[in-house]
Design a protein around this ligand. Structure first.
Ligand SMILES: Cc1cc2nc3c(=O)[nH]c(=O)nc-3n(C[C@H](O)[C@H](O)[C@H](O)COP(=O)(O)OP(=O)(O)OC[C@H]3O[C@@H](n4cnc5c(N)ncnc54)[C@H](O)[C@@H]3O)c2cc1C
Ligand code: SF4
Length: 846
């Protein structure tokens, strides 16, 4: 056998690893001895999901390659080792331990480093960057070493990574600020309006955003904390400071050995990823192609594949890459596609802005409106996948392109899977087309998991998950194969199956469930679903340590967030019955905190306009007066509405108020797949409108008629008569069983009406199970409900009794002040949020 040639890869990051992996699988692999030199002590890991490290993930979960896997593949890996110098004349390089290696071909995959602006004091002990696992360890240790109880974290840089770092600081329990020099967040991807919607949403989550703010210097205080001095003269103290002000290619080796580099850095490459020295390739974030550095992983992978092909004598050139991004930043959807700013000649744009929901959508089209050039989405990414396909595949837009971003539009044809050509790229990270996915299914793959394993689609950033699932489902259905109904890619089970696993195996935390029955770290679909299952089954507080990180915003703050970022408060008023004294307390609280007050459709009193830090004070007063949380924020029992019933009404046949109070107190706190509403009427005149509720109870001469599975809302459904003339005990036992059966078997976010429609056999089947106990589940359902009823606790009361939990309720860092950005005007003798125009006027004249 002829002597193998030496191929050395410098850098064991994502792209260097991908190159090694692809090269090893290429036909040329046998002729080469591959070596990797990586400066980091750990082998290559998934940097894109770096932040998962703060959610409990570790290096092994993020690892792409390990010393063992490299060894098994015949690759020599020198980890924790830096290349100090390259000698192109002798084709050798020198490592930091003095060892010398020779190469025939060299690949530079040295990535980039975070740019730290040269602000005086930037090198203080508590200043960090956000790039490696070691950086994250250092940040965590600095954040948790100080236990003052009010630790602050600041990120300088309001771009994509800055916001991700801010989320990490927040998850470490720090009161978090983001400082951005530009007038808006994510200036590269968003326009002014989008930036301001994003800012507002992020501030509503408790992260303070300072745009248009330049930091002049960083002072280290006597106690080690840092004081940022701003150009405006203001300053801000912090415990931890993270720089995220952009990246710079690590081209120092290239400069040292005389390769061509760009004026602003980066190693120049051609379409084969070759540098100015044909024996040296550069790939990933260190490479400069057509005067562009690509700060995303997918273009790096494409460069790696171009270099692999070229080394094997083939030709698969790198011709640029799409930089569209779809993200969830601090739980807020953000999408940016193509020419988002409309810089192309003749471009026209269409915008939709819903202030109430904090949604902003913009599309940029060609002058004739036929082609999509770019888009911006904030607050709702549901249109992203379709828009991206219109953009990438140049699919002709509908006659009214704005129909693609307007809500409830019927004018836009949905971009179904069939509309996509086989060449449509579905996963840009791994370069997988629709055609490849369909072929994988034709080759025997029967689920998203199979297709993922076969094609590697959706194995990097995860942005294509929904589109991949649509294609897999549609293709399987077209071939008559039953579709997999997995909850999401992390659990190959339905919600119902997960419920049973939790129940049977006594699983009490998300981490245990995913370790035993799932994979990865979870997502926005499975986390709240599992949180709801655990809460329904074990009834532990949603604020308990293992559960709180799974909750959505409303459950996290035990209040409903409203359009201006303030919160509303709904005390429970069981059955709608309230004493004058309690009314006075609510009135006084509303007056003292200047809250807008309204009677809800469910006969409760809603107090609007409270800021995050005010919630505990207000709830303390309400709880002292005997109120409890009304769960208006949760997927749980909301209200049991009632008429006055036989006590006062001359038609009344039973005490509807008494029954409503009994039912409400019994099921309060029951967590369910969706919110649940009840009503009780004292006679068939039905003043409480019970037949539009999930559970409707109507008094008869002989007892109670029970109606089930009705709802109002977007798709109303009249409830069905389920049982007649029930006595109190039978009524309650029937409702117990029905609710528990719903909680156990419904899909996530499925209301009772849709659940009933989905049951094979519909109402007859449900009657059989609940009334005739055909499955023999009755006793078990009774026991489960009894446990929930017996372990009820008011979530607000529990929160107020726990210092740790209270730390979450801060509008601002180190300041008890209110948020100036929250502006009200008076209308009908009460406050309401100012409109954008009013706000501008009020702030300007303040
Ligand atoms: C928090 C975070 C989130 C991100 N999110 C996304 C995302 O959602 N989508 C996306 O597409 N991209 C994302 N990125 C960017 C993505 O991670 C990078 O594009 C990708 O990791 C670049 O890979 P690379 O191999 O070129 O560089 P790197 O992964 O940085 O690897 C370079 C390696 O080379 C080593 N090295 C450098 N010099 C030497 C030397 N002289 N000797 C030996 N070794 C050396 C470095 O230590 C490093 O380990 C994110 C990045 C971060 C930090
Ligand atoms: S439903 Fe019957 S009992 Fe209740 S208020 Fe109306 S008329 Fe009276």
């Amino acid at each position: 056998m002829s002597q193998r040639k030496d191929l050395i890869i410098i850098g064991n990051g994502m792209v260097g690893h991908h190159f090694a992996d692809s090269f090893r699988q290429s036909d040329a692999a046998d002729q080469w001895h591959i070596q990797i030199v990586g400066e980091e002590r750990l082998s290559a890991y998934d940097r894109v999901h770096l932040s998962d490290y703060f959610q409990g993930s570790d290096h092994s979960a993020l690892a792409l390659g390990t010393p063992q896997s490299y060894r098994a593949a015949g690759i020599s890996a020198h980890l924790g080792t830096r290349v100090e110098r390259i000698d192109r004349a002798s084709k050798t390089l020198v490592l930091n331990d003095g060892e010398e290696l020779s190469y025939d071909k060299l690949v530079l995959a040295t990535g980039s480093y975070p740019f730290v602006p040269p602000i005086p004091g930037h090198d203080a002990e508590r200043c960090f960057v956000y790039r490696t696992l070691d950086d994250l360890d250092a940040i965590r240790s600095a954040a948790t070493n100080r236990q003052t109880g009010d630790n602050v974290g600041v990120v300088i840089g309001g771009g994509l990574l800055g916001l991700e770092a801010a989320n990490a600081l927040r998850s470490l329990g720090l009161a978090t600020h983001v400082i951005e020099f530009a007038p808006r967040l994510m200036p590269v991807q968003l326009d002014d309006a989008a930036g301001s919607v994003l800012k507002h949403k992020i501030e509503a989550l408790g992260v303070q955003v300072h745009t248009d703010t330049a930091t002049d210097s960083i002072e280290t205080l006597a106690d080690g904390r840092l004081r940022l001095h701003f150009a405006s003269g203001d300053n801000l103290d912090t415990d931890v400071l993270v720089f995220s002000a952009g990246i710079r290619p690590r081209d120092e080796l290239a400069r040292q050995c005389g390769l061509d580099v760009g004026e602003r850095g980066g190693v120049r490459i051609n379409n084969h990823a070759q540098t100015s020295d044909p024996d040296i390739y550069a790939i990933g974030e260190v490479a400069l192609w057509d005067n562009r550095i690509f700060g995303l992983v997918a273009p790096g992978y494409r460069m790696a594949e171009a270099a692999v092909a070229h080394l094997g004598g083939g030709d698969s050139p790198f011709l640029g890459a799409d930089m569209s991004t779809k993200l969830k930043l601090l739980g807020v959807d953000v999408g940016s596609i193509g020419d988002a700013h409309g810089n192309s000649a003749g471009a026209i744009s269409f915008r939709y802005h819903n202030e109430a929901k904090g949604q902003y959508k913009k599309i940029v089209t060609s002058a004739d409106g036929k082609h999509l050039l770019g888009a911006i989405l904030v607050g709702d990414n549901s249109a992203y996948d379709s828009l991206l396909q219109y953009y990438l595949n140049d699919i002709a837009l509908p006659a009214e392109p704005d129909s693609l971003i307007l809500p409830n539009s019927t004018g836009a044809p949905a971009l179904g899977v069939d509309a996509l050509p086989d060449s449509a790229t579905i996963c840009s990270c791994m370069n997988v087309t629709k055609g490849a996915i369909v072929s994988a299914i034709d080759g025997g793959c029967c689920s998203v998991g199979d297709v993922k394993a076969e094609t590697r689609a959706n194995s990097s950033c995860g942005g294509c998950a929904a589109m991949l699932k649509n294609i897999v489902d549609a293709t399987l259905e077209a071939r008559g194969v039953e579709v997999d109904h997995s909850l999401c890619e992390h659990f190959a089970h339905t919600r119902q199956a997960l419920y049973h696993l939790v129940q049977v195996e006594g699983i009490k935390t998300f981490d245990d469930l995913i370790a035993k029955h799932g994979r990865g770290h979870g997502c926005d679909i499975c986390k709240p679903t599992v949180a709801s299952i655990l809460a329904s089954h074990w009834n532990e507080g949603v604020h308990e340590a293992p559960h709180v990180k799974l909750q959505d915003t409303n459950d996290t703050f035990l209040a409903n967030m409203q359009k201006d970022g303030t919160y509303s408060i709904v005390p429970r008023i069981a059955g709608g019955e309230i004493t004058p004294d309690k009314l006075l307390v609510i009135g006084q609280v509303a007056k003292d905190y200047r809250l807008y007050t309204k009677i809800t459709g469910g006969q409760r009193i809603d107090l609007f306009g409270a800021q995050l830090h005010q919630l505990p004070e207000i709830w303390q007063r309400l709880i002292d007066a005997g109120f409890e949380t009304g769960h208006a924020y949760g997927k749980a029992l909301r209200t049991v509405k009632s008429c006055v019933g036989s006590t006062w009404c001359r038609y009344g046949q039973q005490d509807s108020v008494g029954m409503a109070i009994l039912l409400e107190n019994r099921y309060k706190g029951l967590r369910a797949p969706h919110k649940i509403k009840f009503a009780v009427s004292g006679c068939t005149r039905e003043c409480a409108e019970a037949q539009s509720k999930d559970i409707g109870v109507i008094a008869t001469e002989n007892g109670w008629n029970l109606y089930v599975c009705g709802n109002g809302g977007m798709k109303p459904r009249h409830a069905d008569l389920f049982a007649t003339d029930l006595d109190d005990v039978t009524l309650i036992r029937t409702v117990d069983r029905l609710l528990m059966f719903y909680v156990r078997t419904a899909d996530r976010l499925q209301r009772t009406a849709r659940w009933l429609e989905s049951l094979d056999g519909g109402l007859d089947y449900l009657s059989d199970v609940i009334l005739n106990d055909s499955l023999g589940l009755g006793a078990e359902l009774d026991t489960q409900m009894a446990r929930v009823v017996d372990t009820y606790q008011c979530e607000w009361k529990a929160t107020l009794e726990d210092e740790q939990k209270l730390k979450r309720f801060r509008t601002f860092v180190n300041s008890p002040e209110s948020d100036d950005n929250v502006v009200f005007v008076e209308e009908r003798d009460q406050i309401r949020p100012a409109t954008a125009d009013e706000k501008q006027h009020i702030i300007a004249s303040a």
